[in-house]
Design a protein around this ligand. Structure first.
Ligand code: RIB
Length: 309
């Protein structure tokens, strides 16, 4: 298995329409928001940006529409140190959209229109075979067609490219796909969806990690929100706490964690060090609004870590 080298991210690109409210509306209710912004997002793009800004050598396989939003997003991704050559422009499609409510506690609910993201087909993945084969690691999420995620995982596996999967948003997955994954990073909800085990404490996390190891995955990192991460390698598990900060907006916190984690792992840092680096990146992200606007650059992560003593 390759340890250091290039990262390839495969995933979604969205324009996020974000409305801040005191409390989420209940069915039939209309609520006036306090702030509205459009910002670039999408789990794939957010993770690519987190990797690019934190120092990875990264290429991004994705799709935008042939609209003005897509053009602006591709330019922005390039300025975030990302090779966007494998980003396809889909004729007659619109770029993906996410409609997001953020409440007074910084929590969010999200509705998505996939748009061009749905066009990321196995054929487009096959066209990027060399990019995946030459990379040291491939990072994916679940906002892309599952058959394409599987096709990319197969190419990676055949070429000793490490497969990292952030199984978000929560979806049931085949054993065939899970057997190709080397590192998986579910949150509690996603871990339950994959294993049937409700994760409420460290013992549950250990059992859920065990169930994922049994599917053939060596490294299981279950993210536990403010409690940190349950990190389990071949059944040896422990909790790695995160940093305490005042969260104002948790959009893309998980994405930032995943992108920064891959940067650190591809620099051959130990798993504990990589998790600490990723925790720091995510801690900064939750103190800022929006998805990609909240993702820190490497210097900011290093300064934050330097202040922790
Ligand atoms: O993980 C956060 C992301 O989920 C948002 O940027 C939104 O686009 C949705 O994909």
């Amino acid at each position: 298995m390759k340890m250091a080298g290039k990262l390839v991210v495969l995933g979604s690109i969205n324009a996020d329409h974000i409305l801040n409210l005191d409390a989420f509306p209940t069915p039939g209710e209309t609520v006036t928001g306090s702030q509205y912004q459009i910002a670039f997002g999408g789990k794939g793009a957010n993770q690519a940006v987190a990797a690019g800004r934190s120092g990875a050598d990264i290429a991004f396989i994705a799709c935008t529409g042939d609209d003005d939003t897509g053009e602006r997003i591709r330019k922005q991704l390039e300025s975030d140190n990302i090779d966007v050559a494998p980003v396809s422009v889909i004729d007659g499609e619109s770029t993906g959209v996410a409609l997001i409510f953020v409440n007074g506690e910084g929590e969010n609910v999200i509705g998505i229109h996939a748009g061009a993201n749905a066009a990321l087909s196995p054929t487009l993945v096959e066209a990027q075979r060399e990019t995946i084969a030459e990379a040291a690691a491939l990072l994916m999420q679940l906002e892309s067609p599952l058959e394409s995620v599987l096709a990319a995982a197969k190419i990676a596996h055949e070429n000793q490219t490490r497969v990292a999967l952030n199984p978000a948003p929560a979806r049931a997955l085949s054993d065939e796909l899970l057997a190709l994954v080397d590192i998986i990073t579910p949150n509690e909800t996603e871990a339950e969806k994959l294993t049937g085990i409700r994760v409420e404490n460290d013992d549950d996390a250990a059992r859920a990690a065990g169930a994922l190891h049994a599917k053939g995955i060596d490294t299981v990192l279950i993210t536990l929100g403010s409690r940190g991460v349950w990190a389990s390698v071949n059944g040896e598990g422990r909790r790695v706490p995160g940093f305490k900060v005042k969260a104002i907006d948790t959009i893309a916190a998980g994405d930032t964690f995943n992108g920064a984690l891959m940067t650190a792992l591809l620099e051959e840092r130990s798993l504990d060090e990589a998790i600490r680096f990723a925790h720091a990146a995510a801690a900064i992200a939750v103190t800022r609004k929006g998805a990609q606007p909240s993702v820190p650059w490497r210097k900011e992560i290093e300064d934050f870590l330097g202040q922790q003593g």
